[in-house]
Design a protein around this ligand. Structure first.
Ligand code: G3H
Ligand code: ZN
Length: 289
């Protein structure tokens, strides 16, 4: 059974580790992450962008797939299914009604007062359904599935205020960027993170978790990051493994049926598990289920 993310991120915050939020796209992604989490006894958050939800058919399909796997793969570690960068109250409600256990309302593109008001509004509905809520202040640089941000740093006064609404976790711009980090990137703004954490004293979320050097990830966790969102890193791992399979011509091997999609997708699926294991090792969340 799905659980919300509140207890997971709270325990992570108290004990200075971070829960991995991994974005899923399809059955292979979901199965790889759930199986790897179960083997390493790791609590996990499955994230779906609005684009990924649409790709998979809709929130009911996603919930059905995840719940089916939880049951039939005997997954006993805590798993939350989370709407990533929800752009509207309507979408958040739709996901909650479909059975999501956690949602992000990303009002970072709105004026702050409106972001705060809408976050409060969705919290009422989410609380009725025991669903955890993530809010965002400032913004994440770059682009993810059509969500574009200018990388504005989070404001500690806003962090203090929004933290009192009852949200479970807070995302903020701290110099993080979605997608591949550009050449000119100089690293996370730890001064901003320190100020924000002092102001809100609650689990904070690091978006753009792909491609941040390990020492910066570890420092960010020590300063209050309790959930790390990873998408691009999984995509690159899947791409590389699939490319290797095709470049080796294995898909053309008719004798071994290398064209069977279950074989064609298998190297990428294995690579997703390896990436999960490596990153959750950095995050310190293995064995915390
Ligand atoms: O919300 C999802 C993440 O912030 C993923 O970012 O693709 O840079 O890992 P990423
Ligand atoms: Zn993000």
């Amino acid at each position: 059974r799905l659980v919300n993310a509140t207890a997971m991120v709270k325990a992570a915050h108290e004990n200075k580790y971070a829960i991995g939020h991994f974005n899923i796209n399809n059955l292979e992604w979901t199965k790889a992450i759930l199986e790897a989490a179960q083997v390493s006894n790791t609590p996990v958050i499955l994230g779906t962008s609005e684009g990924a939800i649409k790709y998979m058919g809709g929130p009911i399909t996603v919930v059905g797939m995840v719940n089916g796997l939880l049951e039939e793969l005997n997954i006993s570690v805590p798993v939350a299914l989370h709407l990533d960068h929800g752009q509207s109250i309507e979408m958040a409600k739709k996901c909650i009604l479909a059975g999501y256990s956690s949602i992000m309302f990303d009002g970072s593109h709105l004026p702050y007062e409106e972001n705060l008001a809408k976050t409060k509004e969705i919290l009422i509905f989410a609380n009725e359904h025991e669903v955890s809520v993530e809010a965002e202040i400032g913004s994440i640089g770059g682009e993810e599935d059509g969500v574009v941000g200018n990388g504005e740093l989070g404001d500690p006064i806003q962090a203090a205020e929004i933290s009192k609404t009852g949200i479970a976790m807070l995302a903020a711009g701290i110099g993080n960027i979605h997608g591949k980090y550009p050449e000119w990137w100089t690293g996370l703004s730890f001064d901003t993170l320190k100020d924000l954490q002092a102001a809100c004293n609650m689990p904070m979320v690091l978006h753009g978790g792909s491609g941040i050097p390990q020492d910066q990830v570890i420092k960010a966790i020590s300063l209050g990051i309790s959930k790390i969102n990873v998408n691009t890193e999984l995509q690159l791992a899947f791409r590389d493994a699939t490319r290797k399979y095709i470049e080796a011509g294995k898909d053309l091997d008719d004798a071994s049926k290398g064209f069977d999609p279950r074989k064609l997708l298998n190297p990428g699926y294995q690579a997703l598990k390896e990436t999960f294991n490596e990153l959750t090792g950095w995050f310190g969340c293995q064995g915390k289920a």
